[in-house]
Design a protein around this ligand. Sequence first.
Ligand code: NAD
Length: 256
Amino acid sequence: MELTGASALVTGGAGGLGAATVRRLSQAGMHVVIADLAEDRGQELAKEIGDDARFVRTDVTDEESVRTAVDAASELGPLRVSVAAHGGPAARSRVLGRDDEPYPLDLFRQTLEIFLTRTFCVLQQAAAAMARTSKLESGQRGVIINTGEYRRVRGQAGQSDYSAAKGGVVGLGLVAARDLSPLGIRVMTIAPGTFFTPAFRFGRGRGPGEVGNSCPIPSGWAGRDEYGMLVRQIAENDYLNGEVIRIDGAQRFGLR
Ligand SMILES: NC(=O)c1ccc[n+]([C@@H]2O[C@H](COP(=O)([O-])OP(=O)(O)OC[C@H]3O[C@@H](n4cnc5c(N)ncnc54)[C@H](O)[C@@H]3O)[C@@H](O)[C@H]2O)c1
């Protein structure tokens, strides 16, 4: 798919993976809306990129706010790429806590809400806007890319809510791709390994070095740019649809 002159929406666009995506898509000639809660980082990134980027303060938990961001992207050009890369509260949900108390259901729901339901909300709103654009010669209108998480989907202990949410995002991908194929809209999921972004907080005695060691080659943490590169490659490659791409440098984790 030709990206030059078209527009893109990136939720969490001021974050680690989101900002890398915004930079890569603007390098490809796209007009990009940085849709994020973080006003300062979002404005700063828009300034760095210049005319091709616009920050729109967005709260993905508010449907109207998502619609406003989608509309802003559609004003910049035909919306062809939408990437859900927003974060949310860090979760640590053992099924039972230290005293064998059940993990609070409202915290479980909160994690599902931000990572799964709101990813679906962005997908729906973006698809509706793409459906209003003209089809390209290839019969396509655009691509929607969601962020899953392979490590958690494989079930590390103590992360039941996050794992369930990200597993839901992975499960959504193929169904959404099939639902939207008559409209010429592809849907892909990226399952990142460990990228060193502000989302990571380390407990005492743990650090990036420790996590990096579980990645054989390249060793250490992935630079965030690799995520943005993959988004661009997916957007440009018409034959990628309904699939999950794992980007983790063959990193594997144990039980915890
Ligand atoms: N970093 C990794 O290694 C990694 C691995 C696997 C999956 N992921 C996933 O990638 C996505 C992005 O992660 P990241 O590492 O870039 O995190 P990050 O914390 O660097 O960025 C997340 C961004 O989302 C924004 N945000 C938070 N709540 C929001 C809301 N309600 N509305 C709009 N924006 C909101 C934040 O302001 C922030 O800029 C997340 O879904 C995360 O689970 C990250």
